[in-house]
Ligand binder design. Structure first.
Ligand SMILES: Nc1ncnc2c1ncn2[C@@H]1O[C@H](COP(=O)(O)OP(=O)(O)OP(=O)(O)O)[C@@H](O)[C@H]1O
Ligand SMILES: [Mg+2]
Length: 473
């Protein structure tokens, strides 16, 4: 990294092939790839098979030349070839790097930018100089996802096979040439423990949510996670979903599959855009409506934007639980957006939300950003036509902590009434769950799989888990 640059540099080691390797790659392309691709109507390659074919090809070619070659060399070269063939060319190594949040191609003859999870915005040493080459890349991405981008529809919005979200535009929509933005899919998703460690949420708030989203089997709380673009709404939603009781039947509905819910009983639904003849669209609302016939306990809507809002709120008002994210800047605006077109949810229905969780992305002068839950508000009723909010948690910028700012939580009060447990008992339960979360933080139990295992054990036998933690086993 060059310290003197305003935007730090991200160096990509370019693929350097020897002249012989280049010839070999050309031969492989001619011989194997066409075969692999023509095997199906859409671009679908069996990677393992292709890798094997490449290995055999190299082995046969080089052994006929009587060259002395090691297996290790063949192995390494075949992997490099495979990435070159089915990967994403110049930007392939960027796509492989899980530390990158975003890859941004802003046009021709301009460096490709990346957003690094640790260093923020960075400038890479690679760029596209040839418009055709860049359009070819975008075209091949479009083909892979069975879509097209051309003068008639110059915007492409979709999801790569690895789960990353992409948006591409071509001139004249983008003036300086084609653009491509890739929001990388994190293979190893952030869990509630990561959110605690990175101070996005406190242990106290996490334990409180755990109790409320579980609802002790009598009333699991509903929540809308709100915030600006890329503030981490989906990540927080995903992490909080781990708290859902493993017995619940969950249906997730998204425009592009992003959620990674660890539960066994999940049905994942994804909307479908209209095809080239403008037919066959399945909207968010279609899927939310359909989910109601699937008898879910919990409906999770990736992003609430339009008429699906009313369907979702109808579900929440008829005994289902739900989560969703929404684009807005504060809790009040969340209500305003929900109750006005295009969502137009009647105010009376808004009361089904228990929590509005505000997620914020805060930028530092050095260009690095961090994410915080900045506010948690409860919807407590309607007075004179205005939805009443009760702020219970608020981020304190000086202490960089989210603090409890309310004496009473409506949701806890309700839970106490429905479960027959006193508020004090509920606070004790929150303390116990805090112990469990703290244990995971201390022991670095953080992967989605490990965290859900501990949560599951707790659901099964809380006393056993607490005893083990207290005894240090
Ligand atoms: N608490 C966090 N700490 C660090 N990185 C985070 C955090 N939350 C999210 N991220 C990263 O930020 C990026 C955007 O996150 P995410 O998709 O959750 O945001 P979003 O608000 O849902 O975005 P959009 O507005 O596009 O829906 C992802 O790469 C994610 O890994
Ligand atoms: Mg999102």
């Amino acid at each position: 990294m060059n310290e003197n640059e305003i935007i730090p540099q991200y160096d990509v080691t370019k693929q350097n092939y020897t002249p012989e390797e280049k010839i070999l790659l050309g031969e492989i392309r001619n011989n194997l790839v066409d075969l692999a691709i023509s095997a199906g109507e859409t671009f679908q390659v069996n990677e393992d098979k292709l890798l094997n074919d490449i290995k055999n090809f190299i082995f046969n070619r080089l052994s006929t030349n009587n060259e002395n070659i090691s297996n290790k060399y063949i192995d390494k070269l075949s992997h490099k070839f495979l990435r070159d063939i089915i990967g994403y060319g110049e930007i392939d190594s960027l796509i492989q790097d899980d530390d990158l949040e975003e890859i941004m191609i802003i046009g021709i003859n301009k460096p490709i930018f990346v957003y690094h999870r640790k260093y923020g915005m960075m400038k890479t040493n690679i760029q596209y100089n040839d418009k055709k080459e860049l359009i070819d890349l975008i075209d091949s991405i479009a083909r892979q996802i069975n879509r097209r981008i051309d003068q008639e529809s110059p915007i492409l919005d979709g999801r790569l096979i690895d789960g990353s979200r992409i948006n591409a535009t071509i001139p004249p929509i983008s003036a300086d040439g084609p653009s491509l933005t890739i929001r990388k899919f994190k293979r190893d998703p952030m869990t509630i423990i990561d959110l605690i460690t990175s101070k996005t949420i406190s242990q106290e708030l996490a334990a409180f949510f755990w109790l409320c989203f579980d609802g002790l089997g009598v009333k699991s709380a509903n929540a809308i996670i709100s915030g600006g673009t890329s503030s981490g709404k989906t990540t927080t939603l995903n992490a909080l979903s781990a708290f859902i009781n493993p017995k619940e039947r969950i249906i997730t509905i998204e425009d592009t599959l992003e959620l990674q819910i660890p539960h066994e009983h999940v049905i994942r639904m994804e909307t479908r855009p209209a095809n080239v003849e403008n037919k066959g669209e399945l909207s968010m609302n279609d899927l939310v409506k359909n989910s109601l016939r699937q008898r879910p306990d919990r409906i999770i809507v990736g992003e609430v934007r339009a008429d699906e809002a009313i369907t979702l709120f109808t579900a929440l008002n008829t005994g289902h639980s739900g989560f969703g994210t929404l684009h807005s800047n504060d809790a009040r605006e969340t209500i305003t957006r929900l109750t006005n077109p295009p969502m137009s949810v009647p105010k009376i229905m808004i009361q089904a939300i228990d929590f509005i969780i505000m997620q914020n992305r805060i930028y530092t002068p050095s260009g690095i950003s961090y994410r915080r839950i900045s506010e948690v508000a409860e919807v407590v009723g309607i007075e004179e036509g205005t939805v009443q909010l009760n702020k219970i948690f608020q981020w304190n910028p000086e202490r960089d902590m989210i603090e409890n700012v309310s004496v009473a939580s409506n949701t806890l009060q309700q839970l106490s009434e429905l479960s027959g447990k006193s508020i004090n008992d509920l606070y004790k339960e929150i303390e116990n769950r805090k112990l469990v979360l703290n244990h995971m933080v201390k022991q670095n139990i953080r992967s989605i799989h490990d965290v859900s295992k501990v949560l599951e054990l707790y659901y099964k036998d809380p006393q056993k888990v607490l005893k083990q933690i207290i005894l240090g086993r």
